[in-house]
Design a protein around this ligand. Structure first.
Ligand SMILES: NC(=O)c1ccc[n+]([C@@H]2O[C@H](COP(=O)([O-])OP(=O)(O)OC[C@H]3O[C@@H](n4cnc5c(N)ncnc54)[C@H](OP(=O)(O)O)[C@@H]3O)[C@@H](O)[C@H]2O)c1
Length: 321
């Protein structure tokens, strides 16, 4: 049987990189990576592993149409934080992200070969909380889900809406979430976030594997996954449990401390406000998939042994914690 082609956006990043990693090992599939810079070291490494690497920009729909030519599947992810960290307000960042996401969806909808569209999205915090907790990096993505259904109904039939849980790598690389040594405490580490230690959050696990396993299985089971929501991550943990696991892995004494939303936002600025709104939403709504047409890991045929959870992921990242 002829091989099928998956076009992967964000292949040089965390989510798309994991999708590429697994799909390059999946029989029956060829991989095309989409990046703004084909000279990127990660793109070059994927090329060496057999991926085709093409250049396109989410701001340019025509470039995406070209990059999607001949693709049977597309993995689409956008990056809210790049807009926020280059000086835009929280809402401006959401507007820009949604515009890029609609460029991706429109380009995909015009493809004659496309069988399955996988869109990396998040729940609508604003809508679910009746307007009380807007969270732009969630809400604007979720509004794109609605637009796909209302404006691109043929694409909607081919779409799986894929949530990603909290990344364990946030504890290594995301300054707001990285535990730090408290000066003068003789080796005590603290993580300070504006949520109680008892608040639950879905955890994505090892993105370099899990994002690809979910995508592979979504593609393998189109009859149960099209038109549905799925969520990358094998477990839901509390922030207190996560710090306990971090302590076991690092061998350091780690404590979780809750700050107020106001203090967290004062320390971390606009990024802190955005993170805090996610956590306030998550505290109120720990199950992001409630009331949605959802397909779980069992139905997708994902074995727990194949998808590392927090502990195994932190073990891999140990040198960077
Ligand atoms: N951190 C978490 O816990 C978490 C959890 C759930 C969801 N998320 C969501 O994850 C998303 C980011 O995904 P990620 O973590 O995989 O990001 P990432 O590792 O920062 O990578 C971003 C990717 O997007 C590509 N990209 C960005 N702008 C582009 C453009 N204009 N044209 C073409 N490609 C572009 C980049 O490609 P090049 O630079 O190579 O062009 C890169 O491959 C965010 O929207 C965030 O809300 C994060």
């Amino acid at each position: 049987m002829a091989e099928k082609l998956i076009a992967i956006t964000g292949g040089t990043g965390a989510q798309g990189g994991g999708v590429a990693n697994i799909m390059l090992k999946t029989p029956g599939w060829k991989v095309r990576i989409i990046t703004r810079n084909v000279e990127n070291e990660k793109a070059k490494a994927l090329k060496e592993r057999g991926a085709e690497v093409v250049s396109a920009n989410f701001d340019d729909e025509a470039s995406l149409s070209k990059a999607f030519e001949g693709a049977h599947a597309i993995f689409a992810v956008t990056n809210f934080w790049e807009h926020l960290f280059t000086g835009k307000s929280r809402d401006e960042s959401g507007v820009l992200e949604a515009k890029q996401a609609l460029n991706l969806a429109r380009a995909a909808s015009k493809s004659s070969t496309l069988e399955h569209y996988i869109w990396s999205t998040l729940p609508n915090a604003k809508k679910i909380t009746g307007g009380k907790v807007p969270c732009p990096h969630f809400d604007y993505k979720a509004e794109v889900d609605d637009k796909i259904r209302s404006e691109l109904p043929e694409l909607a039939k081919k779409t799986t809406f894929l949530f990603f849980g909290y990344y364990p790598s946030n504890m290594a690389f995301f300054p707001m979430c990285k535990p730090f040594e408290l000066p003068g405490s003789y080796g005590k580490y603290v993580q300070i976030l504006p949520t109680p230690a008892s608040a639950h959050i879905p955890v994505a696990g090892d993105l370099s594997i899990n994002s690809g396993v979910w995508v592979r299985q979504i593609l393998a089971k189109p009859s149960v996954s099209k038109g549905k929501y799925a969520q990358v991550g094998p477990e839901t943990l509390t922030f207190g449990e996560m710090m306990k696991i971090w302590s076991e892995v690092t061998g350091r004494q780690g404590e979780f401390l809750q700050s107020s939303v106001e203090d967290f936002s004062r320390i971390w600025g606009i990024g802190g406000e955005e993170m805090a709104s996610q956590l306030v939403f998550g505290e109120a709504v720990p199950d992001w998939t409630q009331d949605l047409p959802f397909v779980g890991m069992e139905e997708l045929g994902i074995a727990k042994e194949e998808v590392p959870g927090l502990k195994a992921t932190l073990e891999e990242l140990k040198a960077l914690l």
